[in-house]
Design a protein around this ligand. Structure first.
Ligand SMILES: [Cu+2]
Length: 323
C-alpha cells in the first residue's frame, strides 16, 4: 500500500480536499502581497533616493495610498474569513454518515487509539482493542475521532486526510477523516508538547474496506495471545514489569499496568520504533533504552532504574511478546 507523506498540498480525502483550495488561494494572495509590497519598497528606494546635490524628497500624507492599504487588506481578511467559515460547516459535521467512532488519546509522547465498544473489538479479558501510533481504519469510510489528552495539550494532525484538532486534557474534541484509497498516511503532533514532541508521529493505515474486519480479527487475536503469552522467562518478565515502577507509568492492556505517564506498551513489539528513534524494536534496542534512557535521549522523563542485565533481559523478553 502506498505511503503518503504529511503534506497539505496532496489531499487524499474529502476533508483535506475542502481545505486545499483555501490553502492555495491564501498562498497566491501572500505571493501577490509580497511582490506588491517589496516591489513598491524597492521602486521607492531607487526612484526617490538621495543623489549628490539633490536631497531626498519628503512626502506627508497620500489619501489614495492610505485608502488602498486600509481597504485591500480588510477585503482580504473578510474574504478569507467567509471562505473559512464555509468550510467549517463541512469540517465540523462529524456525525452525518459516520460509520464508526475511534477515541484518540494523546500523552507525552504518543497517540493511542481505542476502537469502538462493540463485540468484534473485545479482547478475552473484556477490555477493548487499542493500538498506539498506528491508527487502523477502513478506506472510503467516514470515521469520527473523539480526541483527548492525559497530560498536556497536543494536536492531532494528518495533513493528507485534513483537519487539525487540539487534544486537551479533561475535554473531548472531535474531527472526522476519510481516506479515498487504502494506504498509509503520515501525520504528526502539531502542538509543542515537550522534549519528545518531534517524535510524536501518527500513521493512519487505511485498509481496503472489505479487509478491515480481517485486520480487526487478527489484531484481537494477537492481543489475546500477548496477554496469555507463556514461557517462564516471559512470565518472570511480566511479573517484574508489574511489580517494578514500570507499571506505574505505562499501560499494558489486560494487566494491572495502567500508568498514564509514559507511552502505552500494549503493542510495543509491533511498533516501527521506540522513543521514535531506536529502530527496529528488538531485544538489543529495548535493553539499551531501559538500561540508560538518559544516554539515549537526554531529558526524557523515563528514569534510570539501575536494573541488572538479567532483570532487563526478562522484561525485554516479555515486552517483545506484546504484538
Ligand atoms: Cu504532542
Amino acid at each position: 500500500m502506498p505511503i503518503q507523506p504529511p503534506w497539505t498540498t496532496d489531499p487524499a480525502g474529502p476533508v483535506a480536499r475542502e481545505i486545499a483550495p483555501l490553502y492555495w488561494i491564501m498562498f497566491a494572495a501572500a505571493v501577490i502581497v509580497l511582490i506588491v509590497v517589496d516591489g513598491g519598497l524597492i521602486y521607492a528606494g531607487i526612484r526617490f533616493r538621495e543623489r549628490p546635490g539633490v536631497p531626498a524628497k519628503q512626502f506627508h500624507g497620500n489619501n489614495l495610498l492610505e485608502l488602498a492599504w486600509t481597504v485591500i487588506p480588510t477585503l482580504m481578511v473578510v474574504t478569507f474569513s467567509v471562505l473559512s467559515f464555509q468550510r467549517l460547516l463541512v469540517l465540523n459535521d462529524v456525525n452525518t454518515g459516520t460509520a464508526m467512532t475511534i477515541t484518540v488519546i494523546a500523552r507525552q509522547w504518543q497517540f493511542s487509539y481505542r476502537y469502538p465498544n462493540e463485540p468484534q473489538y473485545k479482547l478475552a479479558d473484556g477490555s477493548i482493542l487499542t493500538t498506539a501510533t498506528d491508527l487502523h481504519i477502513p478506506a472510503n469510510t467516514k470515521i469520527k475521532l473523539d480526541i483527548t489528552s492525559q497530560d498536556v495539550i497536543h494536536a492531532f494532525y494528518i495533513p493528507p486526510l485534513g483537519g487539525q484538532k487540539d487534544a486537551v486534557p479533561g475535554r473531548t474534541t472531535t474531527l472526522w477523516i476519510e481516506a479515498d484509497h487504502p494506504g498509509t498516511y503520515k501525520g504528526q503532533c502539531a502542538e509543542f508538547c515537550g522534549s519528545g514532541h518531534a517524535d510524536m508521529l501518527i500513521n493512519v493505515v487505511a485498509h481496503p474496506k472489505d479487509q478491515y474486519a480481517a485486520w480487526v480479527a487478527s489484531a484481537v487475536k494477537s492481543a489475546n495471545e500477548a496477554a496469555a503469552a507463556g514461557g517462564p522467562q516471559v512470565a518472570a518478565g511480566r511479573q517484574l514489569f508489574l511489580s517494578l515502577p514500570c507499571a506505574g507509568c505505562h499501560t499494558i492492556a489486560g494487566t494491572s499496568a495502567q500508568g498514564k505517564v509514559g507511552p502505552e506498551l500494549t503493542h510495543i513489539a509491533s511498533l516501527d520504533s521506540i522513543v521514535g528513534i531506536l529502530k527496529p524494536v528488538n531485544a538489543q534496542n529495548l535493553h539499551t533504552w531501559i538500561k540508560d534512557p538518559q544516554k539515549v535521549k537526554p531529558g526524557t522523563i523515563m528514569p534510570t532504574l539501575g536494573l541488572d542485565d538479567a532483570t532487563i533481559d526478562k522484561i525485554v523478553t516479555y515486552l517483545l511478546t506484546l504484538k
